[in-house]
Design a protein around this ligand. Structure first.
Ligand SMILES: *Cc1c(COP(=O)(O)O)cnc(C)c1O
Length: 368
C-alpha cells in the first residue's frame, strides 16, 4: 500500500465541481483583487471562529508580521515565541522590527512551556506568541494569566489549528489578536498562498487593515508606510467553499488520530500525543515520540509510507539564529525531541485501512 503524507488531490476531487464553479465565477466577474467574494469569506471565517473581525492577507507569515505591527510596539521590544515551531513564527518578529526571545516547549504537549515563558519575561517583553502546534491548543489558561499579571499582549499563531477548541471556544479568539495560514497543506488550505488576521479589537483590526494596504484606508491617503499583503479573490472563493467542510474534515482527522492512538497505544517505545484538559485538537499533524526515529522513518518509507519531522531542528538551534548561541541546556525539551519526533500521515480522506496499515508496519519495525 502507498500512503502519502498528505493527499490534496483526493480532497479536490471530492468537491471539484463546487471549486471549479467558484474559480470560474471570479474569473468571469474579473474582480481579482478585493470585492464581494473576499468580504464574504472574511465574514464567514470570522463567524466560523466566533470573532468580530477577519482580514485575509497574502500568507500566514505576513499575518504574524502585520499583527505585530498593529499591536504598536517600539523597536527592540521583546516577543516570546516557542522554541519548537515553524520559522515563520520567529521570523515575523524580526520582520516587524522586534526582538525574539525563545521559550522551551512542554514535553507532553509540545506547545510553549508556561513556566519557561514566565522565566523569560523582562522589562522589555511586550507580546507572547503561543503556537497551537500540530493542531493542539497551547495552555491558554496559564498563558493568559501570565499575560495579565505582566501586562503583555497575546498573539495566537493558529496556522496549524483552524477550528481547534478550548472549552468549546475556538482558538484564535482568546488572545488579543490571532493569525492563520491557508497554505495548501493546512487544515483549511487555499490553492496557493493565503493567510488571515482575526481580532475582536477595533483598533488592532483597523491598524492591521491599514498596514496590509500600504498604510491607507482611502485610495491615495497613506497615513504611514505599510506593505501590500492581500488574500487573492480566487483564493478567498476557494476557501469559502472549503470552509463549509472544515468541521467535518477536522472530525475525520480526529477519527484517524483516535484510530492511531488505539492501535499504537500498547507499544512501549512510542509516546502518543497527549490532549490538554478541555481541548479538542484538530490534528494538523499526528506526532509521536519514538526511539530509533530515523531507522523507523526509513523502514516506513520502504513500505510505501511517507512520514515527516516537525521540526528536525528547534528554532534556537538553526543557523539563522546562531547569534543566540543556544545550548541544549537552554531548551532541553526541544533539543531532546529533535531526534525523536515523527509525524505520521494524517488527512481527512485517510481510511481506517490506511491507518491500520501504518500501525501494522510500525509494530513490525519494533517486532511486536
Ligand atoms: C504554516 C505556518 C506559518 C506560516 O504560514 P505561511 O502561510 O506558510 O506563511 C506560521 N506559523 C506556523 C506554526 C505554521 O505552521
Amino acid at each position: 500500500m502507498k500512503i502519502k503524507f498528505l493527499d490534496l488531490k483526493t480532497q479536490y476531487n471530492s468537491i471539484k465541481s463546487e471549486i471549479d464553479d467558484a474559480i470560474a465565477d471570479v474569473i468571469s466577474d474579473s474582480s481579482f483583487i478585493g470585492g464581494d467574494k473576499l468580504e464574504h469569506f472574511n465574514n464567514n471565517f470570522a463567524n466560523y471562529l466566533g470573532v468580530k473581525h477577519a482580514l485575509g492577507v497574502a500568507n500566514g507569515t505576513d499575518a504574524i508580521t502585520i499583527s505585530l505591527k498593529a499591536l504598536g510596539l517600539k523597536e527592540g521590544d521583546e516577543v516570546i515565541v516557542p522554541a519548537n515551531s515553524f520559522i515563520a513564527t520567529s521570523e515575523a518578529v524580526t520582520a516587524a522590527g522586534y526582538s525574539i526571545v525563545f521559550a522551551d516547549c512542554l514535553q507532553d504537549y509540545y506547545t510553549i512551556d508556561p513556566d519557561d515563558l514566565e522565566r523569560k519575561i523582562t522589562q522589555r517583553t511586550k507580546v507572547i506568541i503561543p503556537v497551537h502546534l500540530y493542531g493542539q491548543p497551547a495552555q491558554m489558561d496559564k498563558i493568559m494569566k501570565i499575560a495579565k499579571a505582566n501586562n503583555l499582549l497575546v498573539l495566537e499563531d493558529c496556522a496549524q489549528a483552524h477550528g481547534a477548541t478550548i472549552n468549546s471556544i475556538k482558538v484564535g479568539t482568546i488572545g488579543d489578536i490571532a493569525t492563520f495560514s491557508f497554505y495548501p497543506g493546512k487544515n483549511l488550505g487555499a490553492y496557493g498562498d493565503g493567510g488571515a488576521i482575526v481580532t475582536n479589537n477595533e483598533e488592532y483590526f483597523k491598524m492591521s487593515k491599514m498596514y496590509a494596504n500600504h498604510g491607507r484606508i482611502k485610495k491615495y491617503d497613506h497615513e504611514f508606510e505599510g506593505v501590500n499583503s492581500r488574500l487573492d479573490t480566487i483564493q478567498a472563493a476557494i476557501l469559502d467553499v472549503k470552509l463549509k467542510y472544515l468541521t467535518n474534515w477536522n472530525k475525520a482527522r480526529l477519527g484517524v488520530a483516535r484510530k492511531y492512538s488505539e492501535l499504537l497505544g500498547s507499544i512501549e517505545n512510542i509516546t502518543l500525543p497527549s490532549e490538554y484538559e478541555g481541548t479538542v485538537p484538530v490534528y494538523h499533524l499526528y506526532v509521536i515520540r519514538v526511539e530509533k526515529r530515523d531507522e523507523l522513518m526509513i523502514f516506513l518509507k520502504d513500505k510505501g509510507i511517507d512520514t515527516g519531522i516537525h521540526y528536525p531542528i528547534g528554532l534556537p538551534f538553526l543557523a539563522a539564529y546562531s547569534r543566540f548561541n543556544a545550548s541544549r541546556e537552554d531548551y532541553p525539551v526541544t533539543f531532546n525531541n529533535q531526534n525523536k519526533l515523527l509525524s505520521l500521515p494524517i488527512y481527512p480522506e485517510m481510511t481506517d485501512e490506511m491507518a491500520e496499515y501504518v500501525a501494522e508496519k510500525i509494530r513490525e519495525f519494533y517486532g511486536i
